[in-house]
Design a protein around this ligand. Structure first.
Ligand code: A2P
Length: 341
């Protein structure tokens, strides 16, 4: 008989939490007992897991007693407060928020890229799941970095509203409906209307003029690729798409590499599917990536303005690989290689 674990999902009623439950189920993660946690408001609500109706419980400081793995997606403040209580009770936390990502004693893991970093969970009992836009970018960049070295990355993102949670999904839906019915749309979630619009702001602005999301892409990419010498600049944009982030990624490599060689490299890379057939108008699109676990790469071509430049178009479901799938993959590495149960 293989090992099996007691697992808790904190933020189980949210957009990502919901997907985490589905992902644990779909990937057949070995579970003895599952605890679904949210605020007191949701306590008693029932959620389905493996055809069982599980009542949601209120998340408290003692929720993690007897739990082996706690997967958190309930916002930064919740993780900041409750992850240490979980760790104290011997529960390893896999945290989807930004709260712990840049802590030097917390590994930041994308299993296709740096699975070895999971070992550092023992320092604080916490493993951080990276930002959604960073995850899909590093899945595509890591094979290139290993082969020829990456000197600089210029990335612009086109990010789906689901990254902001259920309220934002409803807001895009309601605003679109209102506008198509000649009614005044209500704006509650973002600083401006998102329907039929693009917002060059994700998260708050920092003193350097970048948004927090943009600086996450810089710092987290360097941490995951274990190379602070990679120069990165990002512009992150919210677009009226429900699921899947798209990214235009311009890469300057240290050594030369042809677009064909990049294509071959990515065709062999774990977690990547190449869709790149311009003659047939084929390239990755948000609507096709939604509901999938892979990172899709296309539009692979030389940046003809510099000697060693490559352009990529990278698309992935931000709720799946960008959050839930990556977290469950981390749990799989942890369970397989580090937990003894
Ligand atoms: P609830 O549904 O009870 O409010 P989303 O990102 O889709 O908005 O979801 C956020 C998730 O995090 C929800 O499951 C929400 O629960 C949960 N959550 C938010 N704040 C807390 C908190 N302080 N304690 C426990 N769960 C929280």
């Amino acid at each position: 008989m293989g090992k099996s674990f007691n697992v808790a999902v904190a933020g189980a009623t949210g957009a990502v939490g919901n997907q985490m439950i589905l992902c644990l189920e779909k990937r057949g993660f070995p579970i003895d007992n599952i605890k679904l946690l949210a605020t007191r408001r949701s306590a008693g609500r029932k959620l389905r897991f493996n055809s069982e109706e599980i009542p949601v419980e209120e998340l408290t400081e003692t929720s993690f007693r007897g739990v082996d793995i706690g997967i958190f997606s309930a916002g930064g403040a919740t993780s900041q407060k409750y992850a240490p209580f979980a760790a104290k009770d011997g529960c390893v936390v896999i945290d989807n928020s930004a709260a712990w990502r840049m802590d030097p004693d917390v590994p930041l893991v994308v299993p296709e890229v740096n699975p070895h970093a999971v070992a550092e969970y023992s320092k604080k009992g916490i493993i951080a799941n990276p930002n959604c836009s960073t995850i899909q970018m590093v899945v595509a960049l890591a094979p290139i970095h290993r082969k020829v070295g990456i000197k600089r990355v210029v990335v612009s993102t086109y990010q789906a509203v689901s990254g902001t949670g259920k309220k934002a999904i409803d807001e895009l839906h309601n605003q679109t409906k209102a506008i198509l019915n000649f009614l005044e749309p209500e704006t509650n979630v973002y600083p401006h209307r998102i329907a039929f619009n693009c917002l060059p702001q994700i998260d708050v602005f920092l003193d350097n003029g970048y948004t927090k999301e943009e600086m996450k892409m810089v710092k987290e990419t360097q941490k995951i690729l274990e190379d602070d010498s990679i120069a990165i600049t990002a512009t992150t944009v919210r677009v009226p798409v429900f699921f899947s982030h798209s990214e235009s990624v311009n890469v300057e490599t240290r050594n030369p590499i042809s677009p064909d060689a990049v294509r071959a490299l990515l065709e062999d890379a774990p977690g990547v599917t190449v869709i790149d057939d311009p003659a047939r108008n084929l390239y990755p699109m948000a609507i096709d990536a939604a509901g999938r676990d892979e990172t899709f790469v296309g539009r692979i071509r030389a940046d003809e303005s510099i000697p060693n430049g490559i352009n990529l178009w990278v698309v992935s479901d931000n709720i799946r690989k960008g959050a839930a799938t990556n977290a469950v993959q981390i749990a799989e590495v942890l369970a397989r290689n580090y937990l003894s149960k």
